[in-house]
Design a protein around this ligand. Sequence first.
Ligand code: ADP
Length: 261
Amino acid sequence: MANPVPAKKPILKEVPEAVRDDRGNLYKRGRFLGKGGFARCYELVDTRTNTVLAGKIVSKSLLVKQYQKDKMAQEITIHRGLNHAHIVRLHGFFEDSDNVYVLLELCPRRSLMELHKRRGAISEPEARYLTHQVADGVEYLHRARVIHRDLKLGNIFLNEDMQVKLGDFGLATTVEHDGERKKTLCGTPNYIAPEVLEKKGHSYEVDNLNNDAVKLIRDLLAAEPTRRPKISQVKSYEFFRNGYMPVRLPTSCLTMAPKFD
Ligand code: ADP
């Protein structure tokens, strides 16, 4: 039998050079930031305030099925309610006939994925600084009853000042009542927690982190979810209490190991 014809991806219209939101504010398209499964991201300059934002732009031709629309709406609903120093801020959203536009806090230093590709292993103080900020962001999410479900290097962004910002709430969900276990199989294959993979029911423990401290990593990776530390316990691990914790990271860290005096 002949191979089935692969489904054609719709050819996407170019993102307009300028767009207006519902209030009439004009945003000018700047440089291309990257693309994901659905979205194309560009810098969008808010011409009223002259601030540069990241515009996550999703073509409506990719939002045809009801579940695709629901997923996009769910991402916006969860994300817009969040407000924390280590979570990418969602400033607003609007649409025109072709696209949905989500206005996000700009993270010009890209993600830990690019840092990892460029640097490979990083120093222990850098790991301590970055993972502590990740833990802060995740602790906030869990207190807000949100499970991210796709924490990975590519979704841990860095702002201009090298501060961690957790982003991409495309797979996030909210816990409605204590003890609830989610059953949806989701995440990125290499990082899926065993109970998500086995559809045994999962909750907050699936948001694990990566760092260099053996005990912390071993505890976080416990196959049995109840044996993993709660995110609120993570920051009291020895890894964070002993050893140097930089107050900030120089941008030179993006390309080479820092020398801390
Ligand atoms: P998708 O949900 O379709 O996978 P992403 O949220 O991963 O889309 O965004 C696609 C790409 O756009 C990312 O890989 C990243 O390069 C870039 N990007 C996303 N959010 C931001 C941001 N806030 N600041 C800068 N770049 C961003």
